[in-house]
Design a protein. Sequence first.
Length: 114
Amino acid sequence: QVQFVESGGGLVQPGGSLRLSCAASGRIRFSTMGWYRQVPGKQRELVASISIGGSILNLRDSVKGRFTISRDNDKNTVYLQMNSLKTEDTAIYYCNRVNNPDPWGQGTQVNVSS
């Protein structure tokens, strides 16, 4: 199993930007990877996913044009660049394999507030 450590979250004003990082303890180069988010009382939702080769497979409608996902297979790391943040983006963000996910990490908290 691979462990994930998410980082880069924080408090940002609406319209601001954050770049999240997800460091995996093992190789993920042969896995489709995704960034997910969850708010209290709601199910975890997929925000964006990226193919083995680095193509963006999926972007949630609400983040299109604002978020982008990327990966560095040599560093076993996945990134989520978030621009033009909105209050509704407030959540805990996680990364994981899209297929056959490993145990979830602690996530990184993103708070968008004025």
